[in-house]
Structures are given as structure tokens and as C-alpha cells.
Ligand binder design. Structure first.
Ligand SMILES: NC(=O)c1ccc[n+]([C@@H]2O[C@H](COP(=O)([O-])OP(=O)(O)OC[C@H]3O[C@@H](n4cnc5c(N)ncnc54)[C@H](O)[C@@H]3O)[C@@H](O)[C@H]2O)c1
Length: 255
């Protein structure tokens, strides 16, 4: 196996200042890639990029990016190419989950969730695809979706709707981009312990009940998603496109 399978690649990961996105960025850097931490939280993005460079000796660039703002996204892609010499891998990971019950949802929360997850996913996916086509060396686009695309929850109505749209955005992009050597895939995490859901999983009864019911007996960690994200980013994964890998410890064994 190549000791640095992502050597010479440039990877941009949205929402990578912390959580799953950070785990993917850190692992990509370990595998030889230069990484862009594109996050709305610039201060944290800069701290995270500095840590990755210190620990892996790879280039890590922190760029302030609101994925729902197309002009901002286009500028981030342009700066990535100008500073790192190209773009080979995009991971559309930025997301929010307000956890509001259906009858309490208002239009503002609804719209914000749609803007970040669905419109943001379109913005970064199309901008990256155009840049990859112009470069002419193929590419890898990954969407971090959710089990919410196949399992409903009363306090995740906006989130499930946005994530389901994102899943079909991913699948629909695979066709037009295949001829350019660009693959587009999804990773659907189960429960991954990050700040997004920590308020729930830090309650001992919640965690214990989950650990009893999950076939692997534990919550997921960002590294579990990073492992799948490395696999899908490899040159050798070039015939996998329009697919989703569920990474959930067997939580939803639907084949
Ligand atoms: N943690 C889980 O259990 C879980 C499960 C399924 C799917 N996911 C998905 O994985 C992704 C990462 O989740 P996480 O658990 O690491 O969450 P997190 O809240 O820890 O991190 C999300 C990151 O996205 C950034 N962000 C938010 N809005 C943004 C915007 N408009 N533009 C750019 N960046 C923005 C935040 O600043 C933060 O750094 C999300 O898409 C989430 O929906 C998470």
C-alpha cells in the first residue's frame, strides 16, 4: 500500500474547524494531502489548521467560508487553487441540526437549515466541479449526509428534509460528472460523538441505552467517518460513484 495515498492531492473540507470535518481533514493530511479548513468559524478554523500543520507537517489553510453564500464559496475555491495549486477532493461536510420539534419549527429555522445543508451543498459541489473540470485531472466529491435520509425523527424534520435533498443532489451529480473522471459519493454517519449531539450523548442513560442497542457497542467517532472518506478519495475508488456508505456501527442494517 502506498504510504501516502493522498500525496500531492489538495482537499477542501467544509465545516472542518471541529467534529467530523476536522477528523477528515486531519486524516487526509496524515495521508499526504494539503488541506483547506473552510468554516464559518474563522478563529476555530485557524486554530485547527495550525494544529494539523504542527502535527502532520502538511499544508493546512484556514479560510472563512459560509457555504450558503455562493460568492463566498467561489472566492474560497479560487483562493484554494491560487495558494495550493489545484483542487482534487471536496468534502461537503458543513451542517447544522437545530433539533426543534415539528410543531415548534418556524420558517427562519427551516430556511437556515435548508440554506446551509442543501443550498450550501449545491454551492460547494458545483463550484468544485467546475474547478475540477477546468483542471482536467478528475476529482472526488463527498457529501456527509445522514441516516436521517432514511429514518424520520420528530425533532429533525428540517434536517431530514435538507439531508434527503442533499443525498439526491449527490446522486444526481454523479451522472454529468462521470465523464470528467469526477466521482460523487455520500457517507451517511450514524451517531458520531461531536459537539453537535454532545448535549444528548453526555447524559449517561442515553449513552448506555445506545451502547446496548448498537451492534458495535459504542458511539461513532470522527475517525470512523474519516476512514470511509479516505477510501472514497483514493484514485483506486474511481469506479464508485453515486453511492452512499452508511457508517453507523450496524445501527441500521438494511443491506
Ligand atoms: N455528529 C453526528 O452524529 C452526525 C450524524 C449524521 C450526520 N452528521 C453530519 O456530519 C456533518 C458534521 O457534523 P458534526 O457532528 O461534526 O457537527 P459540528 O457541529 O461539530 O461541526 C459542524 C461544523 O460546521 C460549521 N458550519 C456551520 N454552518 C456553516 C456554514 N454555513 N458554512 C461553513 N461552515 C459551517 C461549524 O462552524 C462547525 O465547525 C454535518 O453535516 C452533520 O449534519 C453528523
Amino acid at each position: 500500500m502506498n504510504p501516502q495515498p493522498l500525496g500531492n492531492k489538495v482537499a477542501l473540507i467544509t465545516g472542518a474547524a471541529r467534529g467530523i470535518g476536522y477528523g477528515i481533514a486531519r486524516r487526509y493530511a496524515e495521508e499526504g494531502a494539503s488541506v483547506v479548513i473552510a468554516d464559518i468559524n474563522q478563529t476555530l478554523a485557524e486554530e485547527s489548521a495550525a494544529r494539523i500543520t504542527a502535527e502532520t507537517r502538511q499544508k493546512a489553510l484556514a479560510l472563512r467560508c459560509d457555504v450558503s453564500d455562493r460568492a463566498n464559496v467561489d472566492a474560497v475555491i479560487a483562493q484554494t487553487i491560487a495558494e495550493l495549486g489545484g483542487l482534487d477532493i471536496l468534502v461537503s461536510n458543513a451542517g447544522i441540526c437545530p433539533f426543534v420539534e415539528f410543531l415548534d419549527l418556524d420558517n427562519q429555522i427551516w430556511q437556515k437549515t435548508i440554506d446551509v445543508i442543501l443550498t450550501g451543498g449545491f454551492n460547494v459541489g458545483q463550484a468544485a466541479a467546475r474547478a475540477m473540470i477546468a483542471q482536467g485531472r478528475g476529482g472526488r466529491i463527498l457529501y456527509i449526509t445522514s441516516l436521517s435520509t432514511i429514518q424520520a425523527g420528530s425533532n429533525q424534520v428540517d434536517y431530514a428534509a435538507a439531508k434527503s435533498g442533499e443525498r439526491m443532489l449527490m446522486a444526481s451529480m454523479a451522472g454529468p460528472l462521470g465523464r470528467y473522471g469526477i466521482t460523487v459519493n455520500g457517507i451517511a454517519p450514524g451517531v458520531i460523538y461531536t459537539e453537535m449531539g454532545a448535549h444528548h450523548w453526555d447524559v449517561t442513560e442515553h449513552r448506555t441505552a445506545f451502547e446496548k442497542s448498537n451492534p458495535r457497542g459504542r458511539l461513532g467517532e470522527p475517525k470512523d467517518i474519516a476512514n470511509a472518506a479516505v477510501f472514497l478519495a483514493l484514485d483506486e475508488s474511481e469506479y464508485i460513484t453515486g453511492s452512499t456508505i452508511r457508517v453507523d456501527g450496524g445501527h441500521m442494517p438494511i443491506g
